[in-house]
Design a protein around this ligand. Structure first.
Ligand code: PEP
Length: 253
């Protein structure tokens, strides 16, 4: 059975003290009321080690939002997968559309990052998704297929089992526009079908595919009720404990 997951992506928000306080609050809320799904929070690098100290590892996973495409050495300002792992984090988000768009991360760069993350024992939340223009031209399926082929379909079956896919239509990220549950289900089912073509049905059935893009407590139940939507990657609504918990609770409905 594939895992149901709600993962937060804090992005470049919250200073260290604010981040640790939020992590403590989320942890306490989940200790008080056990979630019906896996919960992960992905934070800026500077938060990782301190946040790791306040989380109950059995209840809340921890991830970074990026890692370097090089193993180690003279790459000023970069943070390697090994460094991420050494903080206590177990996950890393790679391929987020903001990294692809603003930092020009190509499929080749992402392929390197994925390899290094897996080599260092991190699970990867790998983001894919189309622009509004691509959706309007009905190219969403080819876009997500190319993104998977470009960076993760080179992995062995064993390696691929450490990939969580996050489908995030770019036009829905931070815009307040959500894909309808039917739109999301249609492309999630397509993504699962191409994973099945590549790795077989058993692996595809075990692959967690998250939806991301203006997901909140009010629309999460409808999205998560769909067969191929296994949870969410949450940006804005992961920055307040009550909002994030509201989405986690969608798995109780
Ligand atoms: C994201 O960037 O991963 C995301 C889903 O953002 P938001 O929830 O704010 O749309």
């Amino acid at each position: 059975m594939r895992k149901k997951i709600v993962a937060g992506n804090w992005k470049m928000n919250l200073n260290l003290q604010e981040g640790v306080a939020l992590a403590k609050e989320i942890n306490e809320a989940l200790v008080a009321e056990k979630p019906n799904c896996g919960v992960i929070i992905c934070t800026p690098f500077i938060h990782l080690a301190c946040v790791a100290d306040v989380l109950d590892k059995n209840l809340v996973g921890l991830g970074a939002e990026n890692c370097a495409d090089k193993e180690k050495g003279a790459y000023t300002g970069e943070v390697s997968a090994e460094m991420v792992k050494s903080t206590g984090a177990q996950y890393v988000i790679l391929g987020h559309s903001e990294r692809r768009q603003y930092y020009k991360e190509t499929p080749e760069i992402l392929k390197e990052k994925v390899q290094l993350a897996l080599k260092n024992g991190l699970k990867v939340i790998f983001c894919i998704g189309e622009t509004l223009e691509e959706r309007e031209a009905n190219k969403q399926n080819e876009v997500v297929k190319a993104e998977l082929e470009g960076s993760v379909f080179n992995l062995s079956e064993e390696e691929f089992k450490n990939i969580i896919i996050a489908y995030e239509p770019i036009w829905a990220i931070g815009t307040g526009k959500t894909a309808t549950a039917d739109q999301a289900e249609e492309i999630h089912a397509y993504i699962r079908s191409i994973v099945a073509e590549k790795y077989g049905n058993e692996v595809a059935q075990d692959t967690t595919i998250l939806y991301g893009g203006s997901c909140k407590a009010s629309n999460a139940p409808e999205l998560f009720a769909k067969e191929n939507i296994d949870g969410g990657l949450i940006g804005g609504a992961s920055l307040k404990c009550a909002d994030f918990k509201g989405i986690i609770d969608a798995w109780k409905k």
